[in-house]
Design a protein around this ligand. Structure first.
Ligand code: BG6
Length: 487
């Protein structure tokens, strides 16, 4: 945040998990690494009747858990805290916002960011309350955390309520995957190198696999998670955004609308999945008790806050298809789940085999050409090429050109939220979802949800610590393929 020395950042939901775990630690790093600028003002708002000192004590306790001890310098932290204020304000009672006016009166005319990390049903009323108090200026930005609704109509209603107060250029819809370094790198890789574009199409790509695997379960978020499930929680947002960046046409520039126009076209080109093809194109799973990392873990139905007999999916695999000139006939396999064996997110692009084989087939040959973009952990890029094994004969095997970001660059890795907050303060919308994008994503997801409802089948059980239900392997096998770790 070096170029911007003055702003006011106001968090609704300041005592909540996201603010304490991600947002304030992200700001601490930015503060520490940018010369501790004097003009930052941070205001936490939440219902709890805390004084400023009590809030700072709570924050210090929590941040200690989320900022490694080596990074937490006492003097810098104390200095950071001098920029933070707290006010008990109830988001459901916008009349209470009058108290904010005095706080702003001290420093008018600065960039002002309202970060709404509350239930989405409050977004509209909060924005209206801010406007009624005259707190929305041309330099004001509002940040909306996911989930924005549970289907297209509810999401549109929230967007309409916020849109009645803020013009679209002042609305920043967060998808934290867009703030991850390797996701940004995907843009650099695709649009900064001429060698990939000729291969980036149906002529050379056989299939694409996107995996976001998590070891964690619902982590005490049952109340949020159970009505949501993996499709809404991960696919509608993070996975579709990854798919868009992978599949979109080269934008004319890196400007927000140039990029978002192209992403929108991908979402609109997604072949619909509905009751008619739901069984063939999707798999839902739910974890049972098992072991992750050698430790026993409970099944989903035994987690806190999960209603008995819940049919919510904690795993989903989908065969998606992009019906356009570039990608016709190329399957995009998506899978994500909780309580899988490892925490891992990656994109795999499998290229077509050579048209005529002159080398002797070798059982070790595997996939000759594969590009793996590793999003987490161990961020990097691997390009597999078939090479000859030294020695007698013509034995070949795929070997990777391996780019490990941590080894190549020794810079501190930015957390996604640090980057996204920086972009909001700078007013750059490229890494945020536009309203029509979000609606298009829901329009693809809603018929899948309807299809599952019509099918009325429980999700397939899988043991915690395994790679999901066997049906997910069958899904990809129907195309004669396998998920990467099994292939
Ligand atoms: C969030 C989901 O958006 O992303 C969580 O609500 C999920 O359920 C999380 O655990 C995963 O994010 P990351 O950055 O840990 O891969």
């Amino acid at each position: 945040m070096s170029a911007l020395h003055e702003f006011d950042l106001i968090f609704f939901g300041a005592t909540g998990d996201l603010a304490q775990r991600k947002l304030l630690p992200a700001l601490y790093y930015a503060f520490r690494d940018n010369g501790q600028p004097a003009g930052w003002r941070i205001l936490g708002l939440a219902r709890r009747a805390l004084g400023r000192d009590e809030y700072l004590a709570l924050l210090s306790d929590n941040c200690r858990q989320f900022i490694p001890a080596d990074d937490l310098d006492g003097t810098t932290w104390d200095e950071f805290c001098t920029r933070i204020d707290y006010m008990p304000v109830d988001g459901t009672d916008p009349a209470g916002f009058a108290a904010l006016k005095d706080w702003f009166a001290q420093c008018d005319g600065r960039v002002r960011v309202f970060y709404l990390s509350t239930a989405a049903r409050l977004f509209g009323p909060i924005c209206e309350g801010l406007s009624r108090q005259g707190l929305v200026t041309p330099l004001t930005r509002v940040v909306l955390e996911k989930p924005l609704g549970h289907d297209c109509p509810s999401s549109e209603a929230i967007n309409a309520a916020v849109g009645a107060i803020f013009p679209e250029r002042q609305i920043f819809r967060i998808d934290h995957y867009l703030g991850k370094e390797p996701v940004q790198n995907l843009l650099a890789l695709r649009f900064g190198n001429s060698i990939f574009e000729p291969l980036w199409n149906r002529g050379s790509v056989r299939d694409v696999q996107i995996t976001i695997a998590e070891q964690v379960g619902v982590e005490g978020r049952g109340e949020y998670y159970d009505p949501s499930g993996a499709l809404r929680d991960m696919v509608q947002s993070h996975m579709l955004q990854l798919l868009c960046i992978l599949a979109m046409e080269p934008p004319t520039s890196i400007d927000a609308d140039a990029v978002r126009d192209e992403k929108l076209k991908v979402l609109r080109a997604l072949r619909p999945i509905s009751a008619a093809n739901i069984k063939e194109k999707t798999v839902r799973g739910q974890y049972r008790a098992g072991a992750v990392d050698g430790k026993p873990v409970a099944g989903y139905l035994d987690e806190a806050g999960i209603p008995p007999g819940s049919h919510t999916e904690t795993y989903v695999a989908i065969k998606a298809e992009v019906d356009n000139w570039r990608w016709s006939g190329v399957p995009f396999f998506l899978r994500t789940g909780k309580r899988l064996p490892e925490r891992m997110a990656e994109i795999v692009i499998n290229f077509r085999p050579v048209p005529h084989a002159i080398l002797p087939a070798s059982p070790a040959a595997g996939e000759p050409n594969r590009l793996i973009i590793r999003l987490q952990p161990d961020e990097g890029v691997k390009l597999f090429l078939l090479v000859k094994v030294p020695g007698e004969g013509m034995k070949v095997k795929p070997v990777a050109l391996d780019l490990d970001f941590a080894e190549t660059f020794h810079n501190r890795q930015w957390e996604a939220y640090e980057r996204l907050l920086t972009e909001v303060i700078h007013g750059n919308l490229t890494l945020f979802m536009r309203r029509d994008e979000l609606a298009a994503a829901w329009r693809w997801v809603d018929p899948i949800l309807d299809g599952w409802r019509a099918l009325d089948e429980p999700p397939k059980p899988y043991t915690a610590g395994t790679w999901g239900p066997a049906a997910a392997s069958a899904l990809i096998l129907r195309d004669g393929l396998a998920w990467r770790e099994e292939g």
